[in-house]
Design a protein around this ligand. Structure first.
Ligand code: TYD
Length: 218
């Protein structure tokens, strides 16, 4: 694929703590973390459309296409250039999120989504996707509790967070199935402990799978 860096994605349900863990892992690798949706200027605009609770609910295909568009832009502008330069990239969400949320969560066909993602990313897959495994009810409460700015405007949950616990449970089960089906490219880390404990487990998992980042662990 012409890349020499490594692409690591943090995955998990809303409120699982993956944004914090992406930041800590990126610091340990010595890079800035990046995120989807919204890791580019165009992506930030797409993110507003995707999460604005003031807009009517998106058809699931529209949602998948906008997520894929955000990812295409992220790959072209941020991920590929960094990987080509030999850097490691730590992203808060990648293609696994679309399979888990739009596939298992919203019921779109997984093979259709895989073809869409393969086209959108030019075939760039994550070298490792790390799922933070947490209790879904606790994560949903956490996600609801911290909403209040950003795309939610006046407070309250954004559109994805409004889908509720049953939806998030399907997403969590989807992540478990994805990880079980492809243990080479997926790892599951217990996300329920204290932040530092989870961070060292994530680091240890990445080190065991991918070795040392350029310049070593910070
Ligand atoms: P994110 O910013 O990671 O929110 P959080 O920090 O609450 O986890 O993601 C925003 C929402 O977008 C989240 O509900 C997950 C959803 N999402 C998808 O449904 N599909 C995707 O492909 C991606 C990247 C995100």
């Amino acid at each position: 694929m012409g890349t020499s860096g490594r692409l690591v994605a943090l995955e998990g349900v809303d409120g699982c703590g993956k944004s914090t863990q992406a930041r800590l892992l990126a610091a340990a690798v010595g890079v800035e973390p990046t995120a989807e949706p919204g890791g580019t200027p165009v992506g930030a605009a797409l993110r507003r459309v995707l999460l604005d609770p003031g807009l009517p609910d998106l058809d699931e295909r529209t949602e998948a296409l906008l997520m894929a568009a955000d990812r295409a832009e992220h790959v072209a502008r941020v991920l590929r250039p960094a990987l080509h330069a030999g850097r490691w990239v730590v992203t808060d969400r990648y293609s696994g999120s679309t399979l888990a949320y739009q596939g298992y969560g919203r019921g779109l066909d997984l093979d259709d989504l895989r073809r869409l993602l393969s086209w959108a990313t030019g075939g760039l897959a994550a070298d490792l996707s790390v799922v933070l495994d947490v209790d879904v009810a606790a994560a949903a409460a956490r996600a609801a509790g911290r909403s209040g700015g950003g795309e939610t405007g006046a407070g309250g949950a954004d559109r994805m967070e409004r889908r509720g616990a049953a939806f998030l449970q399907r997403v969590a089960d989807g992540y478990a199935a994805l990880a079980a089906a492809d243990p080479e490219r997926w790892a599951v880390v217990d996300g329920s402990g204290p932040v530092e404990e989870v961070a060292s487990a994530v680091r240890a998992t990445v080190a065991a799978r991918l070795g040392e980042p350029p310049g070593g662990w910070r």
